[in-house]
Design a protein around this ligand. Structure first.
Ligand SMILES: Nc1ncnc2c1ncn2[C@@H]1O[C@H](COP(=O)(O)OP(=O)(O)OP(=O)(O)O)[C@@H](O)[C@H]1O
Ligand SMILES: [Mg+2]
Length: 453
């Protein structure tokens, strides 16, 4: 990658030092400013990957209030910039505080150019590494369908399918556990279809009582039943020219299944209490978290309807099956909520990332999203911790582990201890038996028992 000039901003009020620093760094284009306001002005107008910041700026040249304030304000504008604070030798405490509030590193006067140069070089390289990383993340986050954050091969396949089927009018069935993004996919299909200027009308078949669902879908004529004081257009008709999204289709009562099937075959609706058959031009997308085949087998879902709605089926994998997407999504939601809640938090801690990868996410993307949102709101540190996410830091939360009897638990512990000791001691059985406090024959017996030979 071609790098342009290496811009370095030096914030220093001592004129002697200013001169010295200005000409010391051959590889950098150095800009020198002498107070907080000027520093902010420059930070806003140009990109400085690295800044050195004297903490003792006027008017508080013997303290650090002005310098610390400059640090905070600069980071608020350009959090990715590496700021190296420079302090007097008797002022390490403030320098350390600066690092705690986000400075990249600190350096105590008197200045030795070679050492400072090393720190600056390292900061510059790190800045560029991170910039490349951010760029790579950006280009891989969208599988050409903005809003759907994914990079895993399985989700790439899903994205390709969407792109292929969206332009046509085929009826689509989206299957997936709850929180996997079924609604998001339905919206994407609508957006990528020629019907994008029409409405996307969604109806959740599980949320509407059976008795009302029919009139919601098909509408009614005045006087169709007590309380029907005027004609009402149903959702299907509303969706004319657009897309009808039948969410939780598995929950549609059996009586209505026949009626829906008829609509899908003939593309006309008859309002309740009406005689007229109204043709409706609509594209239908359905979703369910249920196993419809099972429902067919137990006789609660019509097979003919199943084939009609599933002309094309899209299987959304659970989040735990999308290798790599957990972190990508976590970072995506982190950025979203950090902005929304104006959080000062700067990122996810390594242990938080580990915990995210280890968790099984039974509630899928929805669960991840709310965990990150909660963490952004709750976090008091600079980085979101596993605890903020409601996850355990260094071991599984146990919820997903099988329930064991004490004997099984003891055996598991015994086996893993033996494996560990043998590994550390390079399979030296005599030493291992000493460490484990058992005789060699006993250890051989245990290795036999656990299949470790
Ligand atoms: N790949 C993704 N990229 C970005 N956001 C996503 C992704 N998948 C899901 N989401 C977000 O996660 C949340 C849940 O998604 P959605 O409502 O589409 O899931 P669902 O499968 O319909 O869930 P449910 O079965 O509970 O109705 C939404 O806020 C959605 O925007
Ligand atoms: Mg949904």
């Amino acid at each position: 990658m071609v790098r342009s000039v290496r811009n370095l901003l030096v914030v220093e009020d001592d004129q002697g030092l200013q001169r010295q620093l200005k000409w010391s760094f051959e590889d950098y284009k150095v800009t020198v400013v002498e107070n907080r306001e000027q520093a902010l002005e420059h930070i806003r107008s140009r990109r400085f990957p690295v800044v050195t910041l004297d903490l003792g700026l006027p008017p508080d040249i013997d303290g650090a209030t002005e310098g610390l304030r400059a640090l905070e304000e600069m980071l608020a504008i350009v959090p990715e910039t590496k700021i190296i604070v420079v302090s007097g030798n008797d002022d390490r405490a403030n320098a350390i505080q600066a690092v705690a509030s986000g400075a990249y590193d600190f350096y105590c006067k008197p200045i030795e150019i070679e050492t400072l140069q090393l720190i600056i070089d390292r900061a510059w390289h790190l800045y560029n590494l991170e910039a490349d990383y951010r760029k790579a993340m950006k280009s891989s986050t969208t599988v050409s369908l903005d809003e759907i954050v994914a990079a895993s091969p399985v989700m790439n396949t899903v994205a390709r399918t969407i792109e292929k089927v969206a332009p046509s009018d085929v009826t689509i069935l989206i299957k997936g556990e709850s929180g996997t993004g079924k609604e998001l996919i339905a919206k994407a299909i609508h957006r990528l279809s020629p019907r994008v200027d029409g409405e996307l009308v969604a109806i959740n078949c599980a949320a509407i009582p059976d008795t009302l669902l029919e009139s919601e879908l098909f509408g009614y004529e005045k006087g169709a039943f007590t309380g029907a004081t005027k004609r009402k257009i149903g959702r299907i008709e509303y969706a004319a020219g657009g897309t009808l999204f039948l969410d939780e289709i598995g929950d549609i009562p059996q009586l209505l299944q026949a009626k829906l099937l008829r609509f899908l075959q003939e593309r006309v609706v008859q309002r309740l209490g009406g005689h007229e058959e109204v043709p409706v031009d609509v594209r239908v997308v359905c979703a369910t978290h249920q196993n419809l085949q099972e429902k067919i087998a137990e006789g609660t879902f019509r097979e003919d309807l199943f084939y009609r709605i599933g002309e094309i089926a899209i299987d959304l994998p659970a989040l735990r099956e999308r290798a790599g997407d957990e972190l990508l999504l976590a970072k995506f939601f982190f950025e979203r909520y950090r902005e929304q809640y104006k959080s000062k938090c700067r990122g996810l801690s390594p242990e938080a990332m580990q915990a995210i990868e280890r968790h099984r996410w039974p509630g899928n993307v929805r669960e991840l999203e709310s965990a990150v949102k909660r963490a952004v709101i709750m976090s008091e540190g600079r980085y979101v911790s596993a605890d903020d996410l409601g996850l355990q830091a260094d071991h599984d939360d146990g919820q997903n582990e099988p329930l064991l009897s004490l004997r099984e638990a003891r055996e598991m512990a015994e086996k893993s201890t033996i494996v560990r000791v043998l590994t550390v001691l390079n399979d030296n059985v005599s030493r291992a038996s000493e460490v484990l406090g058992v005789s060699r024959p006993t250890l051989y017996g245990l290795m036999e028992k656990y299949g470790l030979k």
